[in-house]
Design a binder for this molecule. Sequence first.
Ligand code: HEM
Length: 336
Amino acid sequence: MRGLSSHPLLALAVGAAAVLSSVPARAQVDPNRFVDQFESTFGKFEGFRRSGAKGICATGEFVGSEQGRMLSTASAFSGRPVPVIVRFSVGGANPQAPDNARTQRNLALQFNLPGGEVWQMGNISAPVFGAATPEQFFGRLQSLQPDPATKAADAAKVKAFADANPDVLLLPRYLASQAVPASYGGTNYWGVHAFAFVNAQGNKQFGKWIFEPVGGVKTLTDDEAKAKGPQFLFDELRQAVAAGTVAFNFNLQLAQAGDRLDSAVVPLPEDRRKVTLGRLTARQVSPDARGECDAITFNPIVLPKGVEPSTDPMLSARAAPYAVGLVRRLTEKPRQ
Ligand code: HEM
């Protein structure tokens, strides 16, 4: 699938097919208005992703575990190495976003499975997202839009929206409470949505996943972060991958009856059992800012047979704006 999915229009078609086949119909915020609002709120950086703009492509492999095979028929878990396209990024629309701030990091993946099947996902360095519904996310973006005169958001508007929608503060508060990541390879990345894993007997196990660095989480003190400056994560990643130390356990927290499965702002209870579905290892990093991940929009409802979406409204809401974002960035003047 590598060749096929790296063609932008076909990648879009793959996404669209997944939307039609697996997600219940639901009124959505118009995807063009959504992406317009990203641009109005965070600025328009032509040729770049409207979110996770400062990123880097890498490749690697995933080897599934027996536990993975017990839970799901997905060929990702066969135990044979599966090639994976990887993109690491800093959250936000600014391609110059500093690496040394307490902001979001992302791990986006495309598993290229046998027979042309693909599995895409975009994971974030927090256990919760910044909104529970697309409408709430859109409202939050509107509230953060800078006033043309002052070039700053209206603090009263921001507060009023957050007071009425406290869910939107969970993600920024979590990030502010965490130290600055020292390495893309030393950070936890959460899927935040629930997915169902379906095995050969047809048993369905819901869960939420986390990619946890095999070598542990690595962070910087405030002084170290200051000394590192705004640009160190790409070089650090290249060195760590060359040393063979960028690997993650793909862990699934298993949901129990009664757990919330439809919310990206409500994590599963902490005591839920965690199993390891396999290991992802990064093998190569792009020498520059371009690469195989460029033409991919990591659409989390592009799932393999054996993994199914939950009814989380944020999950189904991602496909269309991602497609709009992809078309915009690929048809704008090439980035520098
Ligand atoms: C309605 C909800 C959402 C909208 C409108 C939205 C919008 C976007 C857009 C426009 C992009 C850039 C896509 C591209 O150009 O290829 C993006 C990237 C991304 N989003 Fe979202 N997003 C939403 C929800 C979420 C949620 C819930 C998560 C949590 C996991 C998330 C995580 C990411 C990540 C990790 C990326 C960067 C992926 C990459 O490296 O390409 N997004 N988002």
